[in-house]
Design a protein around this ligand. Structure first.
Ligand SMILES: Nc1ncnc2c1ncn2[C@@H]1O[C@H](COP(=O)(O)OP(=O)(O)OP(=O)(O)O)[C@@H](O)[C@H]1O
Ligand SMILES: [Mg+2]
Length: 269
């Protein structure tokens, strides 16, 4: 939308499409053997925004999300074609150092999966593997990431206790802290709150909303209220395609496609 002001200056009104893009895919296709799970998806993820991926079970949300940091690579018979562009690099190219790339694009899984180590070691493990030994820096990272994940106050006196002694919600927040310890740019989350009670879910949601100041967040969720509460943009997956993508408010109040409307209003899925 464009208009001229009275001085004849060229004025461009707010256009969400002009927000900077952190990551995008071009014609992304994923095959499991002969079964095509993703059928040519083009999506753009806006920087420092939360994008929700929604859709019925089996529509391809997890497959697509996992492709974004090459987590499908290890699955035998899987083929991923198309481009995943991050900072002008196609990270789907064979030459890309996947290990290095995942420092920029981190992942949090559906079930909390802390290592069977202390809280402190869960967060510092990857950093140490990357050669960071400075105790002061490690301590500082533990404190900052636990604060960002809204867990610090509950664990600060027990940092050397086993992570497995935490509640499910606390474990999931620890996994978020562990993921952000590497200071990724982009955080991928696959239904991070589905195994949690409503109170822990609320805390994780608040955490994510606060984190978007520093990170671009892409989250798969089955929970429509959750998508509406925390996301800025929503992509609706339907049978391996994204058939609608818009600002979340539009998806929930004036979807353009019948299937989207049926899904968000609970008629199927
Ligand atoms: N490891 C795998 N091997 C073979 N096929 C798979 C694999 N993972 C997923 N699929 C298939 O790919 C399609 C998409 O699955 P995916 O798990 O991405 O859907 P989803 O939208 O995340 O579903 P849900 O909401 O149930 O988690 C389905 O047909 C599924 O059976
Ligand atoms: Mg899934």
């Amino acid at each position: 939308m464009e208009k001229y002001d009275f001085n004849d200056r060229y004025v461009v009104t707010f256009d969400p499409q002009n927000e900077p893009v952190a990551l995008h895919t071009e014609d992304l296709e994923v095959w499991y053997g002969a079964n095509q799970a993703i059928k040519g998806v083009d999506l753009q993820f806006k920087k420092n925004q939360v994008t929700a991926l929604i859709g019925a079970s089996g529509s391809g949300k997890s497959t697509y999300l996992r492709s974004l940091n090459r987590m499908n690579d290890g699955i035998a018979g899987t083929k991923v074609t198309g481009k995943i562009i991050y900072k002008d690099v196609d990270i789907n190219a064979p030459a890309v150092d996947v290990y290095e790339m995942r420092k920029h694009i981190g992942m949090v899984f559906q079930r909390p999966n802390p290592f069977s180590k202390s809280i402190y070691e869960n967060i510092t493990f990857a950093l140490k593997r990357h050669g960071i030994k400075d105790k002061h820096l490690l301590d500082e990272t533990v404190e900052t990431t636990l604060k960002q994940a809204a867990l610090w106050d509950q664990v600060k006196d027990n940092l050397h206790k086993s992570a497995l002694a935490l509640s499910g919600g606390q474990q999931q927040r620890l996994c978020i802290a562990r993921a952000i310890a590497m200071k990724p740019d982009i955080l991928l989350l696959d239904e991070p709150a589905s195994a949690l009670d409503p109170i822990s879910t609320g805390t994780v949601e608040e955490t994510l909303v606060q984190l978007k100041e520093h990170y671009t967040i892409i989250i798969v969720t089955h929970n429509m209220q959750q998508a509406a509460r925390i996301s800025d943009y929503t992509a609706f997956f339907y049978s391996g395609n994204v058939i609608e993508y818009d600002q979340t408010a539009n998806i929930f109040t004036q979807p353009q496609k019948r299937a989207t409307n049926d899904y968000v209003s609970g008629h199927f899925g």
